[in-house]
Design a protein around this ligand. Structure first.
Ligand code: URA
Length: 442
């Protein structure tokens, strides 16, 4: 605790341990004491466990989020005249939506300042996918970030040590103290980074299902509602969509493969589920930005930007501004490619009922596309292409998936095959967008 607060950290931990509600001053004092070094790692760890076990009120969550937000630089993006809206996904398998959504929405007149993350475990990260574009830079200071958002409409970077540094340190502690899976801690962590971007509005994609962080509908809904309530209390326009992540999104999993699929979407060639997810989130962003009056007009604007090529041209400008090779947009064959392709064949005829997103994510990780520990490198070229999606008919021996690999990987091919469930009849279609949560949802 800082001398200014004059409260003993042990007493604040004790109050939370015993189920008390902490005041704003207690939380702000504790977090700033941690950043300044007067609260030790072991005290923060004890506090995180108390918060995890006792839960937190909305007021406490807002205070924690604001303490972490103000531990670093909070951008105002003052030089940008126009609506600033971002999207955040809680992460999934094959989720390359940010890469196509940012240029798409920017080409419709919304500024998109986007701070993204790296992949960990079975889920991928936008930064790893973008790194497959030759020269693309995701590290820069706040001034360059603001200039690029202003000049080309969007910029996609990683969290720097300037942005919510308290969250960076606290997240590392949560990772090793079994305190990650707490809704208030997740909400404070996500929003502290997103609100540092200087946005007016935020659209959240809360994924649910085997490939998601939240595997059950009840947990996903609670997370979405808390994100919307706390973000709204912090003065932002916030909407959340709950979307299905039981099967991988789109047809590609792996960094360069996913970047290619996102570029394909901008060129008007996208799997239906990826287009649906991107456009649903884009509609929400246009509505929050108030650039269109209704959903139908928002959808029309987005589809026109794909059809007339303006979304692809915006992507070229973003890539060029961030130091990458913009020719990749018209010629995705410039992306890294793996030297070998292996086919996974259907063991029987029927219909693909489900594809276990988690198993596909783990398989891609085993090929080298993802990382088990934060410091692991990733291979941009390897990954999995899904050739038969849920609902599609397959014949015995026909290819279900292609593995893009460096060396023959029969064990991973078996794992991919086990992820497919083939039934005698087409499965009942499932909606991709399961629910929409706004500040008025009860
Ligand atoms: N993502 C974050 O940024 N923070 C969390 O706590 C969990 C997921």
């Amino acid at each position: 605790m800082t001398a200014r607060q004059g409260t003993n950290p042990t007493l604040v931990i004790q109050k939370k341990r015993d189920g008390g509600e902490l005041s704003r001053d207690e939380i702000v004092g504790f977090v700033s004491g941690y950043v300044e070094g007067t609260v030790a790692d072991y005290q923060m760890s004890a506090m995180l466990m108390a918060m995890f076990l006792r839960g937190m009120s909305d007021a406490e969550t807002v205070s924690l989020m604001q303490a972490m937000l103000h531990s670093g630089k909070v951008m105002t993006l003052e030089s940008i005249r126009g609506p600033k809206v971002d999207k955040h996904s809680t992460g999934g398998v094959g989720d390359k939506v940010s890469i196509c959504l940012a240029p798409l929405v920017a080409s419709c007149g919304v500024f998109v300042p986007m701070i993204s993350g790296r992949g960990l475990g079975h889920t991928g990260g936008t930064l790893d996918k973008l790194a497959s574009i030759d020269g693309f830079r995701t590290e820069m200071d706040g001034r360059d970030f603001e200039r690029i958002v202003r000049d080309v409409g969007a910029c996609l970077i990683g969290q720097t040590s300037e942005i919510a540094p308290a969250d960076m340190r606290i997240y590392a502690l949560r990772d090793v103290t079994a305190t990650v899976e707490s809704i208030p801690l997740i909400v404070a962590s996500i929003l502290s980074k997103k609100l540092a971007e200087g946005i007016d509005g935020l659209v959240l994609d809360v994924k649910v299902g085997r490939g998601a962080f939240m595997q059950d509908g009840k947990g996903a809904r609670k997370l979405a509602e808390t994100l919307v309530r706390v973000g709204t209390r912090a003065g932002k326009r916030v909407v959340a969509l709950i979307t299905d992540m039981s099967s991988p999104l789109g047809r590609c999993v792996g960094n360069a493969l996913e970047t290619r699929e996102a570029l394909d979407l901008l060129a008007g060639r996208a799997p239906a589920d990826l287009l649906e997810c991107t456009v649903a989130l884009g509609e929400e962003m246009l509505l929050l930005a108030r650039v269109t009056r209704n959903r139908r007009a928002a959808r029309e604007k987005l589809m026109t930007a794909i059809r007339d090529g303006s979304a692809s041209r915006t992507m070229e400008r973003i890539i060029e501004a961030q130091g990458g090779d913009p020719r990749v947009v018209s010629d995705p064959s410039r992306l890294p490619r793996a030297p070998l392709v292996m086919s996974v064949q259907a063991p029987r005829s029927g219909f693909v009922a489900t594809i276990d997103a988690r198993e596909i994510g783990l398989s891609a990780m085993a090929l080298g596309a993802g990382r088990a520990r934060a410091e692991d490198p990733v291979d941009p070229a390897v990954g999995i292409e899904i050739l038969a999606k849920p609902g599609e008919a397959v014949k015995k021996g026909a290819p279900l998936a292609r593995l893009h690999v460096r060396t023959p990987s029969p064990a991973v091919a078996d794992q991919v095959l086990r992820a497919f469930r083939i039934g005698p009849r087409p499965p009942r279609p499932k909606p991709l967008v399961i629910d929409r949560i706004t500040s008025r949802t009860r």
